[in-house]
Design a protein around this ligand. Structure first.
Ligand SMILES: Cc1cc2nc3c(=O)[nH]c(=O)nc-3n(C[C@H](O)[C@H](O)[C@H](O)COP(=O)(O)O)c2cc1C
Length: 173
């Protein structure tokens, strides 16, 4: 699939069929995730693949009851491993790079999943501590996004964007 088709065709999907997500597809999606750029190539990401129904239920609960998470056959919790990059880049890595690097991996997951015919949603509204506890995160690893993945059971229309002339500045802000 053409990259522009994936970028413009992707939608947040919040309803899924029960069709499975085979391991081969999941592997391709995760390989796309780790192909993302990262500051100094430190790759401060970790991925927790959750297929267990009870685990997905706990994640949905920890994400303000967003029950579509448990309807998806699989959810990936993307985490930031802070020491991996903070060790080298200090405070800037803690504040900025860890979030930017993992966000780039998250976007690759969305685009790769879409190219394989799956729907995803970037879930960022959750109780960090509860999600960390559900997935058993070590102390210095923090969850940054939950991404449910499944065949779409809805076809939402495109959400609006601010026009370029409102957000693009030339030479100076
Ligand atoms: C950082 C971030 C956090 C988000 N958190 C949630 C969330 O908790 N629940 C949800 O349903 N959608 C969440 N979204 C999805 C946005 O609502 C969605 O991307 C936006 O409305 C644009 O729609 P689109 O993805 O279909 O283009 C999040 C998106 C981002 C980038």
């Amino acid at each position: 699939m053409d990259v522009f088709e994936a970028i413009h065709g992707r939608r947040s999907i919040r309803a899924y069929t029960s069709d499975p997500v085979p391991e081969e597809d999941l592997k391709r999606i995760l390989e796309a995730a780790i192909a993302a750029p990262s500051a100094g190539n430190r790759q401060p990401w970790e991925f927790v693949v959750v297929r267990d129904q009870e685990q997905k239920h706990k994640l949905a609960d920890a994400a303000l009851g967003q029950s579509f998470i448990e309807e998806a056959p699989v959810a990936i919790v993307v985490c930031a491993n802070f020491p991996r990059t903070v060790r080298v880049y200090g405070e800037r890595a803690r504040r900025l790079y860890c979030i930017q690097d993992t966000a780039a991996a998250v976007q690759n997951i969305h685009l790769a999943a879409y190219a394989l015919g799956y729907g995803t949603c970037w879930v960022g509204a959750f109780d960090d501590e509860r999600v960390a506890e559900v997935i058993g995160c070590p102390k210095d690893v923090r969850p940054v996004a939950i991404i449910p993945i499944g065949k779409p059971a809805e076809k939402p229309s495109a959400t609006p964007r601010l026009p370029l002339n409102k957000v693009v500045h030339r030479e100076r802000f």
